[in-house]
Write a protein that binds this ligand. Structure first.
Ligand code: SF4
Ligand code: SF4
Length: 250
């Protein structure tokens, strides 16, 4: 990922941000109770959305300062603990609400069948990960994480219908925006549509280093080494703060 190139392309081509806004505006409005039950994961995010979030955060650097430690902890321990999305703020609201990614915008609109279909895919992926961590590192992922189920939302009142086909059309449009970044060498094909927190971590340190840090943190958590765990979280938090301080200076 080359974030500087991504930011430059977004600044040069105003149509990219305009098209992103058009996609977001296609999501019908609705009434959300703000219970936060759906804000318990790092949602899949296209690069164009991530660059949009970064632009927002460089205008509000205090958000990164307030959330860097939560981002670190989430990345290092998301497979060992159930946690809220690190962008939930102290008042229980989304700190990046104006630029939140598409899955956050459509969640309440999904009907129960579409929701169940999605859950089964997530469950299969978590079970495969649990086996991988057990056989490769001797790490036992907690049941509550492997079988975590974000409840289907019954409280959200949608102002308009949104089918799974509508959602998929929006995803296709975001993919086509990401293809511009692909063509300009800002990202590779494998990087398209990753979790929001993975984008952040990849920006601040090489993926291999992040992976090592994560395994060490999971091992510390499993063995009850609180001091070791806190120092790993501190290390990642320092890197995030440092990286964003430099980004904001440019
Ligand atoms: S969309 Fe539903 S689950 Fe999510 S915060 Fe709103 S009411 Fe709660
Ligand atoms: S980005 Fe905001 S809306 Fe999306 S899961 Fe996180 S806190 Fe919730």
């Amino acid at each position: 990922m080359n974030i500087q190139k991504g930011l430059a392309l977004m600044n040069e081509e105003a149509s990219i941000i305009e098209k992103l806004q058009v996609v977001y505006e296609e999501v019908p409005s609705g009434h959300c109770e703000g219970c936060l039950k759906c804000c318990t994961e790092s949602v899949n995010t296209f690069f164009v959305e991530y660059v949009n979030i970064l632009r927002f955060l460089t205008d509000y650097p205090q958000i990164i300062e307030a959330h860097a430690e939560k981002i670190s902890r989430f990345f290092l321990l998301e497979m060992m603990e159930s946690m809220y999305c690190p962008f939930v703020d102290d008042r229980g609201r989304c700190a990046i609400y104006p630029v939140r990614p598409l899955p956050c915008r459509v969640f309440g609109h999904l009907n129960v069948e579409d929701y169940q279909d999605n859950y089964e895919k997530v469950l299969a992926s978590n079970e495969a990960l649990a086996e991988y961590y057990q056989t490769t590192y001797g790490l036992t992922l907690p049941e509550e994480v492997v079988h975590r189920k974000i409840p289907h939302c019954k409280s959200f009142i949608s102002d308009g219908g949104l089918t799974i086909d509508d959602r998929d059309d929006m995803v296709d449009l975001l993919f086509s925006l990401d293809s511009k970044f692909l063509m300009h060498g800002c990202i590779t094909f494998e990087e398209v549509n990753q979790s929001l927190i993975t984008w952040f971590i990849k920006q601040v340190m090489p993926l291999e280093e992040a992976g090592d840090l994560r395994i060490q943190a999971m091992q510390s958590k499993q063995s009850g080494d609180e001091r070791g765990l806190e120092s790993l979280i501190e290390k990642a938090t320092y890197k995030i703060n440092n990286c964003f301080a430099n980004l904001c200076k440019r």
